[in-house]
Design a binder for this molecule. Structure first.
Ligand code: COI
Length: 355
């Protein structure tokens, strides 16, 4: 398939670039000049387009609005000192969006459309990506059911889109304290926890809001059947360091197969750090916290990269975690971001050149 011939590009006549203060960005509020759109109709993906970023029109009966048949991805583009743009392991995002779509009975998106659309969009909006550690462009591919029909059945029409938002840090607060949740669950066995389904995130808002009222910024989710094992933290995968070993929950049907998670594990093993992917019991972490062998907890995700956790609470008791400069969290963050920004060699082959 020669997509170049089929990708219709309409450029904006009025860029908004100069109106943006790149020093004062709140995550995900500002979007670049263009967006990628491709419709699925009559059983096939139609000619993809790049258009000026704009509102879209939908029927009030559009299926995604009623049944949440929608999935998304999160990736980032980085600019190095020579103004070259880079992506980080985009192949994994491509595979995962189709895995998520499959679970929600949505059509898979063609690889050629994804990559040519993504790269053309990034090149067009490259001025929106600022160089320098901490600056990046958050890229949000998503698919939703657009058929005007409220039958509770898979839609016959979909929209695949990519929008991009210049970002700095995800968490603006200085401390990240989390609450181990024993009532609400993020995901159940046999459910959609491994998919980046839109509804997985909506379901977190209420329990997270309750935790925030108690002074915590995020929740650590536990398994839905026994509430005894630690699975994810907020929208991040989670790592525990006991002595010099890293432990994280294994990928399964309740855990998101995070790309930063995978990269932390690969980096750590490359450094000679022991990493165990296995169920992490709350009791093990509490005992380690009490005995002083629990050295760190950190979250990983595209938006946050690596986010050290300062403290956690369980059944009314608060536990503090020491923050040190040479923590595994800061070493992993430094190693991964240095590769992302093309500051060092990439022994893993993670970096993907745009253009
Ligand atoms: C990401 O890290 O890309 C996420 O999915 C978090 C997002 C909900 C902001």
């Amino acid at each position: 398939m020669n997509l170049t011939k089929h990708l219709a590009v309409t450029k904006t006549s009025q860029s908004r670039l100069t109106s943006v203060n790149f020093e004062e960005l709140s995550f995900g509020e500002i979007f670049t000049d263009h967006m990628f759109v491709c419709d699925f109709k009559n059983g096939t993906w139609q000619t993809p387009e790049i258009l000026p970023y704009q509102n879209i029109s939908m029927a009030p009966s559009a299926s995604a609005l009623h049944y949440g048949q929608a999935v998304f991805e999160g990736m980032k583009a980085y600019k190095d000192a020579t103004d070259q743009l880079w992506l980080f392991r985009p192949e994994l995002n491509f595979q995962r969006i189709n895995k998520s779509s499959k679970r929600l009975e949505m059509p898979e998106f063609p690889k050629e459309f994804f990559f040519q659309g993504l790269e053309t969009l990034l090149e067009l909006d490259s001025e929106w990506v600022k160089p320098g550690l901490g600056n990046s462009l958050y890229v949000r591919p998503f698919v939703f059911a657009s058929e005007a029909c409220v039958q509770a059945s898979p839609s016959l029409e979909y929209k695949f889109m990519i929008i991009c938002s210049p970002v700095k840090a995800y968490y603006s607060g200085s401390e990240l304290n989390v609450l181990i949740e024993k009532k609400y669950s993020r995901a159940a066995s046999g459910g959609v926890g491994y998919a980046k389904a839109a509804g997985n995130y909506a379901a977190q808002f209420y329990p997270t809001a309750q935790a925030m009222k108690k002074g915590y910024q995020q929740i650590i989710w536990t398994d839905s059947s026994t509430h005894s094992y630690l699975e994810e933290a907020g929208t991040m995968n989670i790592f525990f360091r006991i002595e010099d070993k890293l432990i994280t929950a294994p990928i399964g049907d309740t855990i998101l197969d995070g790309i930063t998670r995978k990269s932390v594990i690969e980096w750590a093993r490359h450094q000679g750090i022991t990493v165990e992917e296995r169920p992490v019991a709350i009791t093990e972490i509490i005992e380690a916290a009490k005995s002083g062998t629990l050295k760190e907890i950190f979250g990983s995700g595209t938006a946050v990269v690596i986010s050290p956790i300062d403290g956690f609470a369980f059944e009314g008791t608060d536990y503090r975690l020491p923050q040190t400069e040479d923590s595994f969290a800061s070493q992993a963050k430094n190693a991964i971001t240095s590769i992302q920004y093309n500051l060092v060699e990439d022994p893993f082959g993670w970096r993907h050149k745009v253009g």
